[in-house]
Structures are given as C-alpha cells and as structure tokens.
Design a binder for this molecule. Structure first.
Ligand SMILES: [Zn+2]
Length: 294
C-alpha cells in the first residue's frame, strides 16, 4: 500500500473510537490488485478486502465501512458482473464488517461463531459501547473450527485459529491460487493490535502465526488485514518480532522491573520499523506487560 493509503488506514483505526470521525474522512478510492488466479485484493480504508471472482460469481473476505460500500461494489463489478454470493468475516471489528448490513442482503455471510455472537450483541470495547448490527448484517452460516466453500474452482478453506487478535479470528486459504487472507492476524510490518476486550491474547496471536508458518505453503502470497500485499516472510517477521519482544519484556518482569522502567528502556533499534501511530513502541510494551505480568 502506498504511504498515503496506509496513513489513511491508520487515521481510521486511530479514530475508531469516534463514530463520527469515520464519516468525515476525505474521498477514498478503492484500489484493486490482482494477487493470483482469480483472487484479488481491494484497498480502501479499514481492513484489506480479498475477492474471488469467476463463473460462480463473487466472494469477498471482509467489507470495510458502509460508506465505502458503493465504491467496493463498483470495484467488484469491474472485476466480475456476477452476483455477490458470499461474504466471509475474518473477525467482528467494524473496519472489516462495516458493509455487512448492505452486502448481507445480497449474499450469505459466513464467520466463526464468536463473530456472530459479538455482532448480534452489545459490545464494550474499552470505554466504547458498540451496538449490535441490524440482522441483515449477521453471519448466517457459522463454524467452530473450519469450513470449506467450493466456489469458482477453489476449495476455499476458512480456518479458525486460537484466540489471537480476537476470539473469532478466521484466516482464509485458497489452495489453487496459493493465497492466504490473514485478517488482523497480520499487520504487515507493524506492531499488531491485540483486542483483549474481544477475547484476543498475545500468546494466542503468536501461536496462530506459528501455525500458519508451519501448516501453509511457504510460497503463498499473503493479504494482511492491514498493510501491503505480503508474503510468508512478513508473517515470519511478525512472529519473530512478537516472540523476541515478548521474551525481552518477560525477562524484565522477572527482574521485578516496573512498566515505566521497561518503557524507558524501550526495545532494540531493529524493532523501530514496527512502530506506527496506532500501536507505538510504548503501547506495544504495555500490551506485552499486561499479557505477561499476570
Ligand atoms: Zn481488527
């Protein structure tokens, strides 16, 4: 993603606590990138969208914000005029499910059971209360461990991994195209956001990345939840960073260092590139401290 678009995504994430802020963003265009075979990546604001288009119609993974729905629809129609048959939600966050109420009237929404639970009930995220979606935006087909969608010649695997970013994370693997959509289990090249209010955990996130590295093809292309089109190298880099920074913080907790001390000491220079507006080095240390000081 060019820096301008990445910054735009950051702005939206940072302002996620203020509903009105997402209404006043400047004009956003949807940028489409062919990934492989019949799989595409769409970038606008919020989580990256994956699309699988072909003779059976259109399947998308995540749907950003409702105010972008017309533009997303336009970008999809350019790829394929067929009907929108399926919408897969990688998790419940509003920057990935914002167009559910509109697109759910056209296609079938599929998600992990905990995504449906969270989208159909009032959620407390820190100080923010998030109301349930209108029933048109609710997942209709839910699963516990994994489900396959046989569509456009692909046996698409939608796989739930242990609570990492949230407690309903699903990744999507296209075996023919050799593409993985990671949802927010990958913030490519950035410190990740771990939604502990939404059931996420640092250890879970780490284990999920290790599972992907150990079980999916090394040469797969990877659509991250946020950031540019990636490869397994970025998944590996994220996993290694979380493990190394986690070990550093654990060591200091064992030495009875306070959170302030650990923040003052900071992290080694090589992790500086992972720092961004939404999850700064300080905030990442706070996340690790909260996870490992229990
Ligand atoms: Zn998220």
């Amino acid at each position: 993603m060019p820096n301008t678009l990445w910054s735009a995504a950051v702005v939206v994430l940072c302002s996620a606590g203020i509903a009105s802020a997402t209404q006043t963003q400047p004009d956003v265009e949807i940028r489409t990138t062919k990934v492989s075979g019949n799989v595409y990546m769409l970038e606008g604001q919020g989580g990256n969208i994956g699309a699988c288009v072909g003779p059976d119609g259109v399947l998308i993974i995540d749907d950003q914000f409702e105010r972008l729905a017309d533009k997303i629809r336009g970008a999809l129609t350019k790829l394929n005029p067929g009907p929108l048959k399926f919408i897969l939600n990688t998790h419940y966050h509003g920057d990935h499910t914002g167009s559910n109420e509109l697109f759910g009237k056209e296609g079938t929404i599929i998600a992990h059971e905990n995504v449906r639970k969270r989208l159909t009930t009032t959620q407390q995220r820190g100080e923010r209360t998030v109301e349930p979606l209108d029933p048109s935006g609710w997942p209709v087909v839910t699963f516990q461990d994994k489900v396959k969608v046989h569509f456009n010649g692909e046996d698409i695997q939608f796989i739930h991994l242990a609570a990492g970013h949230t407690d309903g994370d699903g990744i999507v693997f296209f075996p023919n195209a050799n593409v993985i959509h990671m949802g927010d289990l990958l913030f490519s090249g950035r410190f990740p956001f771990i939604d502990t209010d939404g059931g996420g955990s640092v250890e879970g996130y780490l284990n999920d990345l290790t599972w992907v590295i150990d079980n999916l093809p090394k040469d797969a292309q990877v659509i991250p939840g946020h950031g540019p089109l990636s490869t397994m190298a970025e998944v590996q880099a994220s996993r290694d960073m979380i493990r190394e920074t986690g070990d550093l913080v654990k060591k200091q907790i064992a030495q009875k260092k306070s959170l302030d001390d650990i923040k003052k000491a900071g992290l080694p220079e090589k992790f500086k590139a992972f720092d961004w507006q939404f999850i700064s080095t300080e905030r990442w240390i706070e996340t690790l401290y909260a996870a490992y000081s229990k």
